[in-house]
Ligand binder design. Structure first.
Ligand SMILES: [Cu+2]
Length: 167
């Protein structure tokens, strides 16, 4: 019995750490420019479209150039299953990275990147240079949540074990 409970506990921890219900999260179905695409100029807006409507809060979408500068401008906008951000005239030729962070309908955060390649140099100016780029909010600590979850689970376990045994 105890061994079974330990097994359940280990499985629960694994699920908490993200090995579990990943299938429920929103999944990218397309992006603009398309992932891996070679383009001569940037679109007015870069966008990433998912398989289901997103929550409108906490969305982030940035386009970073081969120079490391930020080329997207303004705040990202969520409309249905699509998150987009202003882009416009680009600069140096090379790979641009579209980085997104959105909140699934189920409340989980989904992050990732898409890339496209600019083949003709543009005359645009970046909205922020490398020094001003702030990646500090990428490292949302998950440990506090894990600790709380473990404490809650252990509490439940203790409660179960405390139940009077039959016979
Ligand atoms: Cu989820």
């Amino acid at each position: 019995m105890k061994r079974l409970l330990i097994a359940i506990f280990v499985i629960a921890i694994g699920a908490l750490l993200g090995a579990g219900p990943a299938a429920a999260h929103s999944v990218v179905v397309s992006s603009e420019p398309p992932n891996g695409e070679r383009v001569e100029s940037g679109p007015d807006r870069a966008s990433v479209t998912f398989n289901e409507a997103l929550q409108e809060s906490f969305a982030a979408l940035t386009v970073t150039g081969p120079d490391g500068n930020l080329w997207s401008n303004g705040e990202p906008a969520v409309q249905g299953a699509t998150v987009s951000v202003g882009l416009g005239e680009l600069g140096p030729v090379g790979d641009y990275t579209v980085a997104y962070r959105v909140t699934s309908a189920d409340g989980h955060a989904v992050t990732g990147t898409r890339t496209f390649t600019l083949t003709q140099e543009g005359s645009g100016t970046p909205s922020a240079t490398t020094e001003a780029t702030d990646d500090s909010d990428d490292g949302l600590p998950i440990w506090p949540f894990v600790v709380v979850a473990v404490v809650l689970f252990a509490g439940g376990l203790a409660f179960v074990l405390r139940k009077p045994k039959n016979g």
